[in-house]
Design a protein around this ligand. Structure first.
Ligand SMILES: [Fe+2]
Ligand SMILES: [Fe+2]
Length: 143
């Protein structure tokens, strides 16, 4: 059963990729900032290393956007860091990963372009791993 019309329009694909790109900018900046605020070494280093993954996602998306004839949009929303407390920061970071996972799943369903979908699936796998890493650090706070 095909319940959904796949998107083949290039402008529309560029728009969706730019939406993903803007969120990657936000996550990169939020994690860079939080990695310096978080005091305990392990969650701080994990957040730092995941910020690098998010920036790599920016590059992959920018590459797809330019190949499709678009330009990466640098517009992003106001940054919400999750406060200065480790627990609330980890909760916010888990929330950001969940939003990313849902958005990538949706875009993978919608877009009809093998190369684009391949890259989005790779990013989706990494976002799932990020959420697992942050969830582990949150669970360790209760030990
Ligand atoms: Fe990402
Ligand atoms: Fe992520």
């Amino acid at each position: 059963m095909r319940s959904m019309e796949k998107i083949t329009d290039v402008e529309e694909i560029i728009r969706l990729l730019n939406e993903d790109f803007a969120h990657e900018i936000e996550n990169t900046m939020i994690y860079v900032r939080n990695s310096f605020i978080i005091k305990p070494c392990d969650p701080s280093r994990v957040t730092e290393s995941i910020s690098v993954d998010e920036m790599r996602h920016m590059w992959w998306l920018a590459d797809l956007i330019v190949k499709q004839g678009g330009k990466p949009s640098m517009e992003h929303s106001e940054l919400e860091f999750g406060g200065d407390d480790l627990r609330s920061q980890l909760e916010r970071q888990i929330e950001l990963e969940t939003e990313a996972i849902e958005r990538y799943k949706q875009h993978i369903e919608l877009i009809d372009d093998t190369e684009v979908v391949g890259v989005l699936k790779h990013i989706l796998d990494e976002e799932k791993r990020h959420r697992k890493e942050f969830r582990m650090r949150l669970a360790q706070l209760d030990e």
